[in-house]
Each structure stands twice: as structure tokens, then as C-alpha cells.
Design a protein around this ligand. Sequence first.
Ligand code: HEC
Length: 187
Amino acid sequence: MVFVPFCGHFSLPDLDVGTGINVDWFYRLPIVSVIAFLPGIESLKEDEMRKISVLIGICMLAALAITILAQQAPPTDLSPVMKDVAATTNKLRMDLMSSNAADVAADAEKLQGLFRQAAGFFKAQKAQDAVDFAKANVQRAGDIMKAAKENNLDGAKAPAGDLQKSCKNCHDVHREQLPDKTFKFKP
Ligand code: HEC
């Protein structure tokens, strides 16, 4: 029973980065199993309870390990990340125009995660200049988020402008358009 609040604590929404594994379910599993045991739980002896607790604990550890591995694996396809970057950058621009500080902070946080993933991708591709471009945007997104959380949207404008201008630098060097109009990474 001790594990129920404990489980909830870990079910962060964006843990399935990179692999496509829905990590969320690994957290629900122990909760679901506790609920399944609930009716019979009074009739269990204390040592049986302990065994179940240990089992659930192992389950949780395995879930945590999978999560950490999933987070560390860089994406193998940058396209979905970039499409999300484009959509979120547009949204950020609109939210800045309408002075919606809470949404600006949320957009910046999302961009920070996306450019972290991009940095991981470029690192795996051994493109150090692109890693640096991406990391500069992680920094800018952090600055935007900080300013927005302090309700200082004027302070968010400079890093947001730099972030919006950064796309071309990297695309000019590392993005290539194929005859079918799709894009791919150019080493
Ligand atoms: C550090 C390098 C880098 C930065 C910075 C960067 N991009 Fe990209 N982007 C790429 C690469 C490489 C591709 C091609 C990869 C692919 O599409 O598979 C790409 C592709 C794209 C695509 C095409 C996606 C598709 O597959 O249709 C869009 C849209 C895009 N980027 C938007 C942006 C926007 C908007 C920004 C700035 C806010 C940005 N990118 C910043 C490297 C970068």
C-alpha cells in the first residue's frame, strides 16, 4: 500500500522520449496490481505482504531503469523533433504577442526539451557545430522560461528573437532537401 503514493510520484508525462515505449504503463502496472490485490489483502499473512511489496519494488526499479535508458537514447529521426520545434516556435511567437506569460514559459520549456533531443541526435552524428547550435537554443529557451516565470516578457524577447533566428544557421549547413521535398540531416 505504501507504494501507491510512491508510484504516482514518478508518472511524469514526457518520459517516453526517444524509444516510443510508453513508459507511463510501467508505472501504472504496480498501481494496477496493488488495486487488484486490494480485496484479498486482509487475508494475507504479513510475510506474504512483504513478498508482494518486494515484488512491486523490483517492478518500480525496472521501470526506473527503462526510463533512464529511454531518456538517454538520442532520437534516430530528427524530423518529428523539428516539426515540433517549428510548431512550438510559432506558438511561442503568438503567446509573446498576446503577452501570455504562462504559455510562453510552457513553450520555452518544451523547446528546451526538443533542442536537448536535437543535441543528442547531433552528438550521435558527431556533428559538433550542430550540437553547439542546439545547446545554445537550450540555453535561450531556459532564459525565456526564467523571464516568463518572473512575468518579465520584455526580458524574454531577446532570447526568443535569437532562438527564432538560429534556425537558418544550422539548416544552411546541416539540412538537405531531397527531390521529394522532404528533409534530411547532412553531415
Ligand atoms: C542545430 C541544428 C538545427 C537547428 C538550430 C534547427 N534545425 Fe530544423 N532541422 C535541422 C536538420 C538537420 C533538419 C533535417 C532533419 C530532418 O528533417 O530529418 C531540420 C529540419 C527541419 C524541418 C523540416 C522537418 C521535416 O522533416 O519536415 C523544420 C520544419 C525545421 N527544421 C524547423 C526548425 C525551426 C523552426 C528551427 C528554429 C526555431 C530549427 N528548425 C532549428 C537542424 C536544425
